[in-house]
Design a protein around this ligand. Sequence first.
Ligand code: NOJ
Length: 529
Amino acid sequence: MADDPNAWWREGVLYQVYPRSFMDADGDGVGDLRGVIDRLEHLQWLGVRGIWLSPVTVSPNADFGYDCANYRDVDPSLGTLSDLDELIADATRRGIRILLDIVPNHTSIDHAWFKESRTSRDNPKRDWFVWADPSADGGPPNNWVSTFGGPAWTLDATTGQYYLHNFLPEQPDLNWWNEEVRDAFDDIIRYWFDRGVAGFRVDVAHMMVKDAELRDNPPATSEDSFMDQMRGQLPLYNSCRPEVHDVHRRWRTIAESYSPPRLFVGETFVGKVEDVLAFYGDGDAFQLNFNIPFAECPLEATALRTTIELTESIIPVGCTPVWTGSNHDLSRFPTRWAGGDPLLARCALMMLLTLRGTCFLYEGDEIGMVDTEITREQVLDPVGIKFFPYAGRDPERTPMQWSGEPGGGFTAGAAEPWLPFGDLSCNVADQRHESDSMLSLCRDVISLREALPDLRAGAYVSLDSPTDVLAYRRGERIVVAINLGTEPEAVEGIRGEIRCCTDRSRDGEKIEGVLSLAPSTAAIVLLAR
Ligand code: NOJ
């Protein structure tokens, strides 16, 4: 069965590049677009179908690219527009599509729109952002708190009104009720599609539209998620508003006007699977949406099975789930899920690559990179600056480990990397030559997926298995079984051949009824006809 060329992403493996940390071609200690071009060979060899580039647009970097000062140009620290054009062309030649990151919830405080907007109450750009009068006591207009802590409002002395920021004060929220804002983004999206960009990952897709009346959020209770309890309130009125779907559908219409249709991937950082799946609409909104509740699940067979089954049972017909374990906001899965145990990390990788749907790997996942310890002096992330040592995203953002040499193969320059290196003994160059490495496992499972339609596209069905084993069938003939426990386990009723095992010495083993699995071992079995 050939994949639908209009949905190249559906069964593919996509790969997130965090450009500042991927590859530094100019030797200044910060990764750049020329570096990404230099490393395309690795991604082609690995077999990924697309790259999501975290923001490369102009940014003063209060939030490392997620505060955008110009949506139509490349940040000089990362390169130029022509570097990006070259990257798109080179990647396309290699069969790899490029997705950009678009940040529509907010701009940078340095964006020309906001600079204008704040000059006076009657400026034509005033209504492009969310401005409101102080409350009766002179405080913020309502009780909303920022995702990064503290009030979501800052008073602007020039006009005596508050502006809304669901993240940093340097990230003012756009007003998506304003038609001109919608039109401006339609143009930005088309501008990039016309340049050959295959789609966008949409930052904070769930928060773009706020309650038109700016009503107070209700307090969180002990029943609510950890995040909501930390925040002290349920984000009822500044998140997941029903009207946000209209904007997403409008963008989808633009995507469908291109051939092949362009892709939108929502960053839907919400607490419940049900809330993620709402962002598929009736299959007419974003094609993919990040399943954060899955990523935040513990690496335990029962919890994972419950979340996967829930996702599979309520996702709208014809829609595709997304599986991811790490990104630049989440502790890396070899640390968070596997606690640094390489065998468990291999099991987790095999799960990510064998569930039905689109898998997103984060740079370094393929070699089992763990989080890097960061000292207080080394913290750069604004969340880390505020909450060290309890929170912070620098540990998962340290440079890609290409080799064990000084500079880690990341930079040829004398400059120190912008964040410190992790343990360089875990690196691409060494693992590429080891048939038993995590990197070889990753590449082999991706190529198996490309070779076996059942593994790539077959329906997901949970199988009965011991409590600590996550086991499922894909399509007619593939079984995946993952022993996440500490005891040997057996899955019965399996006849076929192991096509890939995390214990590579078992590749090719014939199974005549019972698949035995040592602790922290996973296998893909092709069932006998
Ligand atoms: C989600 C991004 O992934 C994160 O890095 C950023 O800080 C927030 N959105 C705000 O843009």
